[in-house]
Design a protein around this ligand. Structure first.
Ligand SMILES: Nc1ncnc2c1ncn2[C@@H]1O[C@H](COP(=O)(O)OP(=O)(O)OP(=O)(O)O)[C@@H](O)[C@H]1O
Ligand code: SF4
Ligand SMILES: [Mg+2]
Length: 327
């Protein structure tokens, strides 16, 4: 399988006033929102990105989409550096995004036909209206909004949340993208229809050979769709690899913490981490392992940045505790 996406040492930092209430304060602190992330995704593969709120998942998505620029590091899409590829407008049709909220992400005043046609109007101005409409019909049919004739002329407020998310997916696939980034696409939907939307994304990846980055808080359902998983904590990818290997043999204390939160593992693994107030994500050490304050396994060497240890050919962890297990 050839590589579709490659990130090499990508960093994105923001300067923040140390105390928002001190309006005139000149004291700035650097927030390392994305802090040296590297990974590779193959064509047709699904990567699940998981981590608590504020860990940098959406920022990483925006970097890949080219809507923000890294401070350092490189992103390659289909073998080309996106800084250069972005100058060709075809780039924007090849990566599409599905957002969390199917209510605010589609224009309520447009008919479904026009919503799904939007990317074609921007990227395929060479096509006739009839050709664009034909592509819209195919996209609606692939997302199971059938009979298609019943949906073309409808407005979003005539559809359920699940149907609206199918419209977002139809809009995402209509321009034949190679990569879709789905940012928590089912979290606002009724639990009963989440599995149907996940199953649809899975079918589309198989039938269209599209790569997907699936962003979620929900580790319990991620195995259903993912091939690989990346666990993010405070801008770092702390564990990465084949999804079965990572979820069945989790190594980073933070992965164990996330799995305990969904009762996935029965390891009693809170011997590895301290319960911690989630709102304090950025109350983290300035140097060394960012998980230090929450970790029960820490040693003096954890005041240095942990390197990435390769545990098997498909499983990596950034934690000193596992260095003797690496190959
Ligand atoms: N433009 C910006 N300026 C300053 N800080 C920012 C900016 N964009 C994002 N951040 C901060 O970066 C951190 C990561 O944000 P991001 O939205 O990527 O997190 P997330 O993992 O997607 O969280 P959630 O699960 O809540 O969606 C947050 O603390 C956020 O406040
Ligand atoms: S590197 Fe050290 S502090 Fe960080 S998770 Fe591993 S053992 Fe804990
Ligand atoms: Mg987000």
């Amino acid at each position: 399988m050839s590589s579709i996406l490659q990130l090499k040492h990508v960093k994105k930092y923001y300067s923040m006033s140390q105390n928002a209430l001190k309006f005139f304060s000149s004291s700035l602190t650097i927030k390392k929102v994305i802090d040296d992330i590297s990974f590779e995704l193959a064509e047709g593969e699904v990567l699940v990105l998981a981590g608590e709120s504020g860990s940098g998942k959406t920022t990483l998505a925006r970097l890949i989409l080219g809507s923000i620029i890294p401070d350092s590091g490189d992103i390659y899409f289909m073998g080309k550096n996106i800084n250069i590829f972005k100058k060709n407008k075809i780039f924007y049709s090849l990566i599409q995004m599905i957002h969390q909220d199917p209510y605010s992400s589609i224009n309520p005043y447009l008919k479904i036909k026009d919503i799904v046609m939007e990317p074609l109007k921007i990227h395929s101005s060479n096509l006739s209206y009839a050709e664009k409409e034909n592509k819209v019909r195919i996209a609606l049919s692939k997302t199971k909004l059938e009979p298609v004739e019943d949906f073309l002329e409808k407005y979003p407020n005539m559809l359920s949340g699940g149907q609206r998310q199918r419209v977002s997916i139809a809009r995402a696939i209509v321009s034949s993208p190679r990569l879709i980034i789905a940012d928590e696409p089912v979290s606002m939907l009724d639990v009963s229809i989440r599995a149907q939307i996940l199953s649809l994304l899975n079918d589309l990846r198989n039938s269209l050979n599209i790569s997907i980055i699936y962003i979620t808080h929900d580790l319990a359902t991620s195995r259903f769709i993912g091939d690989k998983i990346g666990i993010m904590f405070a801008g770092n990818l702390v564990e990465f690899g084949d999804i079965d290997e990572v979820l069945l043999n989790p190594l980073h204390p933070y992965t164990l913490m996330l799995l305990d939160a969904v009762n996935f593992s029965s390891l009693g693994s809170n011997i590895y981490y301290k319960n911690y107030d989630n709102t304090n994500l950025f109350d983290i050490p300035i140097t060394g392992c960012k998980f230090y304050n929450r970790c029960k396994l820490s040693s003096t060497e954890c005041t240095n940045d942990p390197p990435e240890y390769k545990i098997t050919k498909d499983h990596f962890v950034s934690c000193f505790y596992h260095k003797n297990k690496s190959i």
